[in-house]
Write a protein that binds this ligand. Structure first.
Ligand SMILES: *[C@@H]1O[C@H](CO)[C@@H](O)[C@H](O)[C@H]1NC(C)=O
Ligand SMILES: *[C@@H]1O[C@H](CO)[C@@H](O)[C@H](O)[C@H]1NC(C)=O
Ligand SMILES: *[C@@H]1O[C@H](CO)[C@@H](O)[C@H](O)[C@H]1NC(C)=O
Ligand SMILES: *[C@@H]1O[C@H](CO)[C@@H](O)[C@H](O)[C@H]1NC(C)=O
Ligand SMILES: *[C@@H]1O[C@H](CO)[C@@H](O)[C@H](O)[C@H]1NC(C)=O
Ligand SMILES: *[C@@H]1O[C@H](CO)[C@@H](O)[C@H](O)[C@H]1NC(C)=O
Ligand SMILES: *[C@@H]1O[C@H](CO)[C@@H](O)[C@H](O)[C@H]1NC(C)=O
Ligand SMILES: CC(=O)N[C@H]1CO[C@H](CO)[C@@H](O)[C@@H]1O
Length: 411
């Protein structure tokens, strides 16, 4: 079983004792701010505030369980360090022999995923836990996206894919920030590079440079809601060099395969100068935070994405491919006051409705999306409360929520 400990409140202002963590501490504060995203529905004067839920965890440490050696029967629960026993293997020492769960459906174009305990300074992730995640994820989708590269998560995920022998490919992530002189960028670039050198490119689809970089830059610098204004264009000049540098890094590896380079941001915060430099953009589109009622949520998500992202990208000379980076629906709120956001209400029933109305229809109309998200993240609930920790298809302990997954097989 996983348990959390050593949890640090990022808003408390309490410094870490280790000077080496100064940069991480700063990064975490930035990430805290980045959660608040703004949604501008172009074509109307409605402005809505959203909390964009990014895959950033603080101080979540997975307890190390002892390997349980099976003595009876063919099927054994895999509860090795960090695993929860949510998946059985017919051969306990071969992760590719996992037993499939008929309740899981390979119906999702993509899934947003962050291994538990993948943030500095308290990296608590483990290969066993990630293997268990990938065993479950591979029964839902062939594509995942990561948000950052700290705590070796790129290598852990690629190693887990290798050991489970599943057909899952990854968009790796570099969660860079504008004001650290590029330290977070370089740190993550180098670990991504190492992972690519170790595992090759077979299961890597892209490297995403930036997670709400423009949203954060605009918010911190009084840029308002105008990603293409002067402030936005100044922010773009800070992001673009990292995108260019990632391309150079990838080209230098001679991987024999194209790995695309993109960026991820809040749906209303794409800068065109950035889009002109990327192969793809990933856009957070959240009907819950946009005060959209559940009965309109799927259609709103589709239309918002088309109108604000796809159409804009098509108007640019390089026509970057656009994906929905995050969309989903929370199953509950930790406090009653945040259970509803205008007409949008967190509940398992509404999560079910969103799955029923969004997933198969999006598969049919060709939307590339990363459903948000694989499992509930306890650290987010502790840190932010409200609905933040409750977006998973799975509970934090990796049992499926009380939902029926849509059944429309997609590659
Ligand atoms: C794993 O196998 C054990 C023993 O057969 C069983 O009790 C348990 O429910 C299984 N767990 C899963 C997640 O299938
Ligand atoms: C993680 O990173 C280290 C190097 O820092 C490496 O030795 C290790 O093999 C990596 N991969 C995994 C899956 O842990
Ligand atoms: C990455 O971007 C930051 C600013 O956001 C910049 O300071 C740094 O020099 C860049 N590094 C590289 C290698 O592009
Ligand atoms: C695409 O899917 C959405 C649901 O995500 C649906 O509301 C919309 O009508 C579909 N669009 C087309 C053109 O079929
Ligand atoms: C969304 O709902 C919240 C909570 O009810 C409210 O504070 C906010 O003003 C609403 N926003 C819009 C744009 O309707
Ligand atoms: C997993 O978590 C859910 C939600 O908290 C809970 O209802 C369920 O009992 C847990 N299952 C196990 C096996 O721990
Ligand atoms: C593997 O997944 C990719 C999507 O990333 C899909 O295009 C391909 O058909 C899948 N291959 C197999 C053998 O299922
Ligand atoms: C996490 C979250 O959504 N918190 C909100 C809960 O409600 C209060 C009052 O409306 C907000 O201030 C919080 O941001």
């Amino acid at each position: 079983m996983a348990e959390t400990k050593g949890y640090s409140n990022m808003d408390s202002g309490m410094p870490y004792s280790q000077p080496a963590y100064n940069n991480s501490q700063w990064l975490e504060k930035q990430e805290s701010r980045s959660r608040r995203s703004k949604w501008i529905v172009i074509g109307s004067i409605v402005t809505v505030v959203a909390l964009a839920v990014a895959g950033i965890a603080i101080g979540v440490t997975v307890s190390k369980n002892h390997k349980s050696s099976s003595t009876s029967g063919a099927v054994s629960s895999n509860t090795a360090g960090g695993a929860t026993g949510a998946v059985n293997q017919t051969n306990p020492s071969d992760p590719s022999t996992f037993v499939k769960d008929p309740n899981l459906k390979h119906s999702f174009w993509g899934l947003a995923y962050t291994p538990e305990g993948s943030q500095l300074p308290d990296c608590g992730n483990s290969l066993d836990a990630v293997i268990e995640d990938i065993q479950l994820i591979s029964q839902l989708t062939s594509r995942i996206r990561l948000y950052g590269a700290d705590c070796n998560q790129s290598a852990l995920v690629l190693e887990a894919i290798k050991q489970t022998k599943v057909n899952v490919s990854v968009y790796l992530g570099n969660y860079n920030v504008p004001t650290d002189g590029g330290a977070a960028y370089v740190r993550q670039r180098d670990t991504i590079k190492e992972a690519l050198q170790t595992y090759g490119a077979d299961n890597v689809l892209g490297v995403t440079v930036g997670n709400e970089f423009m949203l954060n830059y605009l918010t911190a610098n009084g840029g308002g809601d105008s990603p293409n204004g002067d402030v936005g264009n100044a922010g773009a000049q800070l992001l673009i060099p990292n995108i260019t540098d990632t391309r150079t890094m990838i080209e230098g590896l001679n991987l024999g395969k194209t790995i695309t380079v993109g960026t991820a941001d809040a749906g209303s915060f794409f800068n065109n100068e950035v889009l002109e430099q990327v192969d793809y953009g990933m856009s957070n589109v959240h009907p819950w935070f946009a005060n959209v009622s559940i009965d309109q949520a799927a259609a709103w998500t589709y239309e918002f994405f088309q109108d604000n992202n796809v159409v804009v990208a098509q108007s640019l000379t390089n026509k970057p491919q656009m994906y929905i980076a995050e969309t989903g629906w929370p199953s509950e709120s930790s406090d009653v006051s945040n259970e509803s956001n205008g007409p949008s209400t967190a509940s398992v029933a509404n999560l079910q409705t969103f799955l029923d109305t969004f997933v198969c229809a999006s598969n049919t109309n060709g939307t590339g999306y990363f459903y948000f998200e694989f499992f509930d993240e306890a650290w987010k609930d502790k840190q932010f409360g409200g609905v933040e920790g409750w977006w998973g298809l799975f509970n934090a302990n990796k049992t499926l929520k009380a939902i029926t997954l849509p059944d429309c097989e997609i590659d």
